[in-house]
Design a binder for this molecule. Structure first.
Ligand code: IMP
Length: 454
């Protein structure tokens, strides 16, 4: 579906295990859309924005906050720690960015409560004793979504505005959760009165923003405004379609948009899948192309691959086309944004995983549905010559070294999805774009064709 200006409603989602550099493309695409919508996840996501040379790390606020013409929506599919959200609002406002009248938080979104992060930490500690930790961000994401699905122990953002209801509900929930924490080996005490006072104050601070975003978003669609859906986390971390159980607890692929916003699937016009030129993963879980060697270390150093939310070093490896073909299919990617291509300069050889080999020697081209099956897979690589030159100042595809152009062409033809964007550095200006954008299906045009500076 397209807006008055003809811009289709667009989703921007990561196709790997997160940290693909989505924020920059949200920034680029926000300029073409009226409303930016977060539909999943919580403060487990992280992006850094630069305001007058100063870096601000945000976790909940949509990254398009810098664009004063964009309306910002945190929709019902998210889980929100209200303390973190208020801090982010204050941080953003203190830098002179106004949110008045343009920022909306769903009354249906669920609240992350203090026991959620404690329970998350306790569960991880238990699993880690058995060497089975998921490696979560310990932001309480799993326990908050578990309460949402469980229904009787949850609090939603709208509940923060009803003190009497909140009191009755908290008095019922708190003792049960504290008991559960004790069983999990955590003797924390939480003063229910103090928590009630805290949540009521935070609710009052957030009152101007909390609203029924389902109606608001339908109104915007009817007004023919264009929407940009900003996915948090990434497709392979999707609770239904990712490498379960080493996933997050929300639908982090493009499939999460409908349930996470209340908009019908047909609202979505196109999907841009963001793909790092190599692979990374934070936390546990299978990662067939992981490089536990000097090459992996070199990718980590060049790509500054350390988590925005937790600071953890990311696991690094070659690009995995089996996983990407699957993720592009599940998300319905219409075009690709290739990021961090500059990190690959200086390698003699670059590898692309085109297939998996199972323990029994079978060659797979389809991504398996189970983490245990994936754990048994080893990568089958296609070798590609590297390039020595730094490319971070290249302004068009024709300036990229021939081996780099040919790497992009290989990616595009293996994935069967046109490359719309190429990023060779963190700055907005270090971005190239295919002039025909999403409509281009012509392999000879996109890569290595007439790509232009964005
Ligand atoms: P949780 O979302 O904190 O429960 O973490 C579950 C898994 O998803 C862990 O492996 C995390 O490292 C990973 N994860 C969650 N959010 C992100 C993200 O935004 N980028 C990368 N990994 C993430």
């Amino acid at each position: 579906m397209a807006s008055q200006s003809g811009t289709p409603n667009t989703a921007i989602v990561g196709l790997q295990w997160g940290d693909e550099g989505k924020g920059k493309f949200v920034d680029v695409l926000a300029a073409e859309h009226d409303v930016v919508v977060r539909f999943n996840g919580g403060a487990n996501a992280g992006h850094t924005i630069v305001v007058e040379g100063e870096k601000l790390a945000l976790h909940l606020m949509p990254s398009a906050v810098l664009n004063p013409n964009c309306e910002l929506v945190i929709a019902n599919g998210t889980v929100i720690d209200p303390g973190i959200l208020v801090k982010e609002i204050e941080l953003v406002e203190s830098r002179g960015l106004s949110l008045e009248g343009r920022f909306h938080v769903s009354s249906r979104a669920h609240v992350v409560l203090p026991w959620h992060s404690l329970l998350d930490g306790a569960a991880e500690a238990r699993l880690s004793d058995r060497g089975e930790a998921i490696g979560t961000t310990k932001r309480g994401i799993g326990p908050a979504y578990a309460d949402k699905i469980g229904r009787s122990m949850a609090i939603r953002m709208g509940d923060l505005l009803d003190e009497a209801y909140l009191r009755t509900h908290l008095e019922k929930i708190a003792p049960l959760r504290l008991e559960e924490l004790k069983v999990a080996g955590n003797d924390s005490t939480i003063d229910t009165e103090a928590l009630l006072a805290d949540l009521t104050t935070l609710g009052e601070r957030l009152r101007p923003y909390i609203t029924d975003t389902t109606w608001l978003l339908h109104d915007r669609v009817n007004e023919k405004r264009s929407l940009l859906f900003e996915g948090a986390n990434a497709c392979l971390l999707d609770v239904d379609h990712g490498t379960y159980p080493f996933v997050t607890s929300s639908n982090a692929s493009a499939l999460g948009i409908s349930p996470g916003t209340g908009l019908p699937a047909k609202t979505l016009g196109r999907v841009v899948g963001v793909v790092k030129a190599y692979s990374t993963r934070v936390g546990g879980g299978p990662f067939p192309t992981e490089l536990d060697d000097a090459t992996g270390d070199r990718i980590r150093d060049r790509g500054r691959e350390y988590g925005t939310t937790t600071g953890r070093p990311r696991r690094c490896g070659w690009i995995d086309l089996v996983a990407l073909r699957y993720a592009a299919m599940v998300c319905g990617a219409d075009s690709l944004a290739i990021t961090l291509l500059d990190v690959l300069s200086g390698f003699d050889e670059i590898r692309l995983c085109t297939n998996y080999k199972t323990a029994s020697g079978e060659i797979l081209d389809r991504f398996p549905p189970d983490a245990r099956l994936l754990e048994e897979c080893t990568p089958v690589y296609e070798s590609h010559p590297g390039w020595a030159e730094e490319i971070d100042q290249c302004k068009s595809i024709s300036e990229l070294p021939p081996a780099c152009q040919s790497y992009l062409k290989s990616l595009q033809s293996h994935l069967g999805v046109p490359i719309e964007f190429i990023s060779v550095g963190p700055d907005r200006r270090q971005t190239m774009r295919c002039p025909q954008k999403q409509s281009c299906r012509d392999d000879s045009c996109c890569v290595p064709g007439p790509l232009e500076n964005a």
